[in-house]
Design a protein around this ligand. Structure first.
Ligand SMILES: C[S@@+](CC[C@H](N)C(=O)[O-])C[C@H]1O[C@@H](n2cnc3c(N)ncnc32)[C@H](O)[C@@H]1O
Length: 272
């Protein structure tokens, strides 16, 4: 693969194809689950809490609607789900929190079950949900790990209703002097700390490598738009160490139709 070509999906060590990539990713997260939270907060100096909070705030107008169907994908140990839950009104529809690594999901469920979210063990590339049934999909630090990015976006476009919103929070590689310092920290210090905590550096070598391989923000914004979304943008967090991709599912909602109709401009049969 040349440097110009966007990665098709995650390629953890030893992966031969998409199936084995997904299997390796699942095994890796199951194996690091017991200390995932500890190491996460340690490595990010707790800035990750701010990032989940900011991402949830972006979607506050959807979250305050009690009937909105919200899906937090790759929910892992549930911190993004918890940030979303803090913005849900009482008696709201439960948030659907999905992940395919049982050990991660089990820890997430211990945090959010009984607080307004339901755990679903599912693959983000094959969601057990109907077409156009979801109002908001969020995924924090999970999308980069999918075995096929195009398929992931297509699956999100399938389950989101027209006008439904998408938020993908993930790391990126900043440019300039900060980029150099960050690369040292991410590629040298993070695997060393991972090894000290787990006795194995593998998962924390995969982390910087997967960030390096992920499409650059403008490239990924274009990929999101071509998968059936509009208003796609990237908002950098903390000098671009992380950032939020947000977009809206293209298409006309029933509410839009009612408005157009009221204004006398709606042509029956103009909807796909
Ligand atoms: C880095 S963790 C992020 C967890 C959590 N969202 C957070 O912000 O801490 C990535 C999660 O994505 C999950 N994941 C990766 N690929 C997946 C897939 N194809 N389907 C479902 N979950 C997936 C992993 O099991 C893991 O729990």
């Amino acid at each position: 693969m040349t440097a110009q070509q966007p990665a098709a999906g995650a390629q953890p060590d030893g992966a031969m194809d998409e199936q084995s990539a997904a299997r390796n990713v699942r095994q890796m997260f199951n194996s690091i689950a017991p200390r995932y939270d500890l190491l996460n907060h340690l490595l990010s100096a707790n800035i990750d809490r701010l990032w989940w909070w900011r991402a949830a705030r972006t979607f506050r107008t959807v979250l305050v609607q009690p009937n909105a169907i919200v899906l937090d994908l790759c929910c892992g140990t549930g911190d993004m789900t918890m940030a979303l839950l803090r913005r849900r009104p009482l008696q709201a529809q439960p948030i659907l929190a999905a992940d395919f690594a049982h050990e991660m999901l089990r820890r997430g469920a211990a945090k959010f079950s009984g607080r307004g979210a339901i755990a679903i063990e599912a693959d983000a590339l094959r969601l057990p949900l109907r077409d156009a049934s979801v109002d908001l999909i969020t995924t924090a630090f999970g999308f980069r790990n999918l075995a096929n990015y195009s398929q992931g976006l297509q699956e999100f476009a399938r389950v989101l209703r027209p006008g439904g919103q998408l938020g993908i929070l993930d790391f990126s590689e900043p440019n300039g002097a900060l980029g150099k310092a960050y690369q040292w920290y991410f590629r040298c210090a993070v695997p060393a700390i991972g090894k000290a905590v787990y006795g194995q550096s593998g998962p924390y070598e995969y982390l910087p490598e997967s960030v390096r391989r992920f499409p650059a923000p403008q490239q990924f914004v274009a990929q999101i738009e071509s998968a059936g979304f509009e208003d796609a943008r990237w908002t950098p967090y903390t000098l671009g160490i992380a950032g939020l991709y947000s977009a809206k599912r293209r298409g006309t909602t029933p509410a839009d139709c009612a408005q157009i109709n009221a204004a006398g401009k709606f042509e029956p049969g103009s909807l796909a």
